[in-house]
Design a protein around this ligand. Structure first.
Ligand SMILES: O=C(O)COP(=O)(O)O
Ligand SMILES: [Mg+2]
Length: 224
């Protein structure tokens, strides 16, 4: 049975409004001016330490300076409750149900820390759809290192796999892991689709069950 692993932010859920609000709360507390949604969205994908470093840099501060650690801690404080503005992308709920109805084990491999990742999935009623969830703090390595993807696959029992993600990081991670990659084009990617390695690109989750079936069939044909 094919296993499907998903990235979270920008792939299953549009969480940028909550991450923007959480970022501006911390910036305000630290005496900095708020940033725009577009700025904060462009910082999402490499986990919280990177995001907070980018918040500092955009505020004219050293992204690796002494303010980084306390600001990461402050950001983490409010992250689990920052769920109210987040929605699944259109068609996600139906696509997950269709894949589960076929008996496919589903997992999430995100650079978001595990606690807020589970909190937002729970808030949206999606946590029970997944047999494994790995966060950016679950292992010493985070994406684009392939280790978290391999660990998620192992937690799902292994087997043929399709990885679904929205960003440069996901494309790099899939390539490093040698896994078939479906690129969701409506997330937080900054690079043109043509410039990112991917097996298939899609903009509508209604296409995903068919894409998974096709990628699984061609992977099977490659192995045979
Ligand atoms: O929290 C982040 O920076 C990114 O999370 P993602 O890996 O689910 O896109
Ligand atoms: Mg993402």
């Amino acid at each position: 049975m094919t296993v499907v692993i998903f990235d979270l932010d920008g792939t299953l859920i549009d969480s940028a409004p909550d991450i923007h609000a959480a970022s501006n709360r911390v910036l305000l507390e630290e005496g900095f001016a708020p940033l725009t949604m577009a700025q904060v969205r462009s910082f999402i994908g490499k986990g919280v330490p990177h995001l907070v470093g980018q918040l500092l840099q955009a505020s004219g501060e050293d992204p690796a300076g002494p303010r980084l650690a306390p600001m990461i801690a402050r950001f983490a404080e409010g992250y689990e409750t920052a769920v109210g503005l987040t929605v699944p992308y259109p068609g996600v709920v139906a696509a997950l149900a269709a894949l589960r109805a076929q008996g496919m084990p589903l997992g999430v491999c995100t650079n978001k820390p595990l606690a807020p990742a589970k909190a937002v999935l729970q808030h949206l009623g999606l946590l029970a759809s997944f047999d494994a969830v790995l966060g950016g703090d679950s292992l010493p390595q985070r994406k684009p290192d392939p280790a978290p993807l391999f660990a998620t696959l192992a937690a799902l029992g292994g087997g043929p796999v399709v990885y679904v993600g929205d960003s440069e990081i996901d494309a790099q991670t899939a390539a490093a892991a040698g896994m078939p990659f479906a690129l969701y084009t409506e997330g937080y990617r900054k690079t043109p689709v043509a410039d990112l390695p991917h097996d298939v690109a899609f903009s509508d989750f209604a296409e995903l069950p068919g894409i998974v079936a096709r990628l699984a069939a061609s992977a099977g044909a490659r192995q045979a």
